[in-house]
Design a protein around this ligand. Structure first.
Ligand code: PLP
Length: 370
């Protein structure tokens, strides 16, 4: 959709990346690192300074006790951290439980690892799951469950109770959990982030993934990490070595500084995103989309049934055409495209001006319905 958007000279609310600047002190630190000739391979599993910063931040914010020497693998983004983790811990024929709708990579990541993804539905409007359906999905071949909280594409933030249920099932079935917590600081309305690894019995069976892309608005820097018990980390590091050798060395130095930003940075991030969410959600409601305000991350899943007879792909193409607004068709987040045929996803990680231009176009094209 980003490519279509460029062709149509549209406003890109499709792909999940900010159109505003990354934090200046982090950019300055990156420039300094390049100028001081940090240009060669870092330690394969991450520059010591960055691993120390990840351990410190994760201990303070998430409450996970992290040994930077034995439990951290710095990768080229959370994307690589996920595939390196799955390749590291799965065997062919294993089953992996994935909540659906899902971030596009998880299905292919499982398949590339020789595993079989098993979907459990999150149901609109609140994107809750059925406990019995989840319990039924666990079986003798289940090796792992992937949990993404805050969740792309729905903005769901898993509650402590939901995570406790997942933990109970993991322990009962001796399964691992791989959590993607890349949106962990982007939370609204007082919602709190809970890391699955902090629940009783889960530290030894959880891989916690995060990165620079979302919290520090730097999706192109390609810095992410996996935190896991030492034995799993050893497997993840081996795969990571063969996949990419290492993440960009100067940017790792800058990331170490960014992870040390004070609490005001993280508080401000969430406040700014709440403003963007409300601006976009208001106009979407006004123009006839079905909206549930997300509690985290930076997307809004919308129901387009009241707006069109078209399916998601045709509607998204119509909406972006000729200087319109680009979205992601809902079917890309489901195994069965039919499940997403009345959904499109908007991303609000955009400047106020971008969102206001999108609002203008949406009002012009769809009219105001309330
Ligand atoms: N995980 C989720 C849930 C995402 O939404 C995204 C990007 O959209 C990523 C991972 C990618 O992270 P990275 O840029 O660190 O590879």
């Amino acid at each position: 959709m980003s490519r279509v958007c460029t062709r149509e000279k549209g406003i890109n609310l499709a792909q999940g990346f900010p159109d505003f600047a990354a934090p200046q002190p982090m950019k300055d630190a990156g420039c300094r690192a390049i100028q001081s000739d940090i240009n060669q391979y870092a330690v394969t599993w991450g520059a010591p300074r960055l691993r120390a910063a990840i351990a410190k931040r994760t201990r303070a914010y998430n409450g996970i006790d992290v040994d930077p020497e034995r439990m951290v693998t710095v990768c080229c983004g959370a994307t690589e951290a996920m595939i390196a983790s799955l390749l590291g811990v799965l065997d062919p024929g294993d089953e992996v439980i994935v909540f659906e709708p899902f971030y596009e990579n998880y299905g292919p990541d499982c398949i590339l690892s020789g595993a079989v993804p098993r979907m459990v539905k999150l149901r609109a409007p609140d994107w809750s799951f059925d406990e019995r359906e989840l319990a039924r999905a666990f079986g003798p071949r289940t090796r792992a469950i992937i949990v993404n909280t805050p969740h792309n594409p729905t903005g769901k933030v898993f509650t402590r109770e939901e995570l406790e249920l997942i933990a109970k099932l993991c322990i009962e079935h001796d399964a691992l959990a791989v959590t993607d917590e890349i949106y962990e600081y982007i939370l609204f309305d007082g919602t709190k982030h809970v890391s699955l690894a902090t629940l009783p019995g889960m530290a030894e069976r959880t891989i916690t993934i995060s990165g620079l892309s979302k919290t520090w608005s730097a999706t192109g820097w390609r810095i992410g990490w996996a935190i896991a018990p030492a034995e799993m980390t050893s497997a993840i590091r081996k795969v990571h070595d063969f996949l990419t050798v290492g993440a960009p060395a100067p940017l790792q130095e800058a990331a170490a500084e960014a992870l040390d930003f004070g609490p005001e940075y993280f508080a401000n991030l969430a406040v700014e995103y709440a403003r963007r969410r409300d601006l976009l959600a208001d106009v979407l409601e006004e123009t006839g989309f079905g909206v549930v305000r997300p509690r985290g991350a930076y997307y809004i899943m919308t129901d387009v049934s009241k707006l069109t007879e078209l399916d998601d792909v045709a509607f998204a193409m119509q909406l972006v055409a000729d200087g319109g607004v680009a979205t992601v068709p809902g079917s890309s987040f489901f195994l069965d495209p039919n499940d997403g045929r009345k959904i499109v996803r908007f991303c609000f990680a955009k400047k106020r001006e971008t969102l206001e231009s999108a609002a203008r176009v949406l009002r012009e094209r769809l009219g105001v319905r309330r």
